[in-house]
Ligand binder design. Structure first.
Ligand code: NAI
Ligand code: MG
Length: 481
């Protein structure tokens, strides 16, 4: 597919589109064609400085804007995103590779985040605490100040909404650093937000490389809160940089989430959701993918046969043609997943589905299933972040739980069973931040999301995100003087 045009994109700082101080640019590609689609200003520490300064200047007025007015601005941003949904989805698909229908869903998610947190802006309040009669004591929930959002490439526009809307609703200002592979929609949303009435400097968008713009943001002494989504290794580095300034960090890292299927489950429901969980969105490049299937020995063969049939039927191709599975985001990610296909073959033998990278341009990998995997193999323990499923057999509930928990990650977990007690025992005992019962990827902007163990800490989405973006002050007054 021919590339349409190579667009020029600048940084968004203080309400202006500006080149990087260094004049450097980066090229973003369409992963379906490997062709460049945009020349994007590549920010570094100097640009992050400018953006943080602009945000700091904008903070007092935005913090003191009546909350209902902040809510109205966020509603206007949601409306603007919806009005531009088709264009934004096409940009997202070309920049990230994901199928157009998935990009359309992500754009709507972004609008939903702004809408949801718009409604919360005037409902963020503290408590009064009864002491003795000579005191009045109350709490105030206050914004952090300048917040930094380091955003990955797998859900670029959706994560703009998820990380920025609650920050702004709570009266914070923001400097967002989108991933170098997919910077376009963050800039587009930034521009729409300005047009929708967001004051200059309240949201700055500074694309650039992680080691430059990202590190400068994480280590900036005037940044008062950092939200990071990405790999464990980079998350650890970001947290170390932030802690030098005693800046609170919220880390949303990877996963190797167990999807547990019992013989009493509704078979078709379990099959449909297992396919969705690993192949159904962003070609498996999802932190909450169901990448580890634990299936009971009684139904193991029948289940894997049905899965194999379904996986083989999925169409793989360019996102703009809206296939079931698009390309991976980048050459790096493609190489990483191909390396895991080799590791998987060494550890578990030939995959029962897929296992190949089609011979053509674009970072495509077939939906792949490795059967007869042991939980201590690398393909059972490490995040592959692609369309690769590892299947592990178990014989009873206790073993299923042990296998589910025997991993460094703890982002989400799923169980398919018709036994209500078993489902809730699993939900109680599994070490994960979100549990799906007879469903995968349930929940939307309203449901708190974040990890146990190495999957991170802090919660995004829902009302919980407001806690991540505020700090609590207690005021204690003696009224008897
Ligand atoms: P990464 O964690 O390095 O990148 C994520 C974001 O962090 C990007 O915006 C990047 O520019 C920024 N970054 C990179 N180095 C930085 C630094 N030193 N300081 C501050 N910011 C920095 O992830 P990468 O390399 O793109 O992908 C590698 C693996 O990470 C994937 O294969 C996957 O396993 C995992 N990953 C997990 C994601 C999730 O949703 N939890 C999202 C993206 C990647
Ligand atoms: Mg790109």
């Amino acid at each position: 597919m021919a590339t349409e045009t190579i667009d020029q994109y600048e940084l968004l700082i203080d309400g202006e589109l500006v080149p990087a101080a260094s004049n450097d640019t980066l090229k973003t590609l369409n992963p379906a064609t490997e062709d460049p689609i945009g020349d994007v200003a590549a920010g570094d520490a100097e640009d992050i400085d400018r953006a943080v300064e602009s945000a700091s200047d904008a903070f007092p007025a935005w913090r003191d804007t009546p909350p209902q007015e902040r809510g109205r601005v966020l509603t206007a941003i949601a409306d603007a995103i919806r009005k531009n949904a088709d264009r934004l989805a096409r940009i997202e698909t070309q920049d990230n590779g994901k199928p157009l229908s998935q990009a359309t869903t992500d754009v709507e998610d972004c609008a939903r985040y702004f809408e949801y947190y718009a409604g919360i802006a005037d409902k963020i309040h503290g408590d009064s605490i009864p002491l003795t009669t000579e005191y009045v004591d109350y709490t105030l929930r206050e914004p952090l100040g300048v917040t930094g959002q380091i955003i990955p490439w797998n859900f670029p526009i959706s994560l703009v909404g998820r990380t920025i809307a609650p920050a702004l609703a709570a009266g914070n200002v923001a400097v967002a650093k989108p991933a170098e592979q997919t910077p376009l929609t963050a800039l587009e949303v930034g521009k729409l937000a300005l047009d929708a009435g967001l004051p200059p400097g309240v949201l700055n968008v500074v694309p650039g490389f992680g080691a430059e713009a990202g590190a400068a943001l994480a280590s900036h002494p005037a940044v008062n809160g950092v939200s990071f989504t990405g790999s464990v290794v980079t998350g650890q580095q970001v947290a170390k940089m932030a802690v030098d300034n005693v800046t609170p960090v919220h880390l949303e890292l990877g996963g190797k989430s167990p999807n547990v299927v019992f013989p009493d489950a509704d078979f078709e429901t379990a099959i449909d959701n297992t396919i969705t969980a690993i192949f159904g969105t962003a070609a498996g490049q999802v932190c909450s993918a169901g990448s580890r299937l634990l299936v009971h020995e009684e139904i193991h063969s029948e289940f894997v046969d049905a899965l194999t049939t379904r996986a083989t039927e999925l169409s793989v191709g360019p996102g703009m043609e809206d296939h079931d599975v698009g390309p991976l985001v980048s050459a790096d990610q493609y190489d990483k997943v191909r390396k895991y296909l080799d590791i998987g073959r060494d550890e578990a033998g030939e995959p029962v589905a897929g296992g190949e990278a089609p011979e053509r341009s674009g970072y495509f990998i077939e939906p792949t299933i490795f059967d007869h995997v042991d939980n201590d193999m690398r393909i059972a323990q490490e995040e592959i972040f692609g369309p690769v499923l590892s299947v592990i057999e178990f014989s009873d509930e206790q073993e299923a739980l042990e296998l589910a928990n025997d991993v460094d990650y703890g982002l989400v977990a799923g169980i398919f069973t018709s036994d209500v007690g078993r489902a809730h025992r699993f939900a109680r005992d599994v070490r994960a931040g979100q549990v799906y019962i007879n469903e995968w990827f349930a929940g939307g902007v309203e449901t708190p999301f974040g990890g146990y163990k190495q999957s991170g800490f802090g919660r995004e989405k829902g009302l919980e995100a407001i806690r991540s973006y505020t700090q609590l002050k207690n005021v204690c007054a003696n009224i008897d003087v």
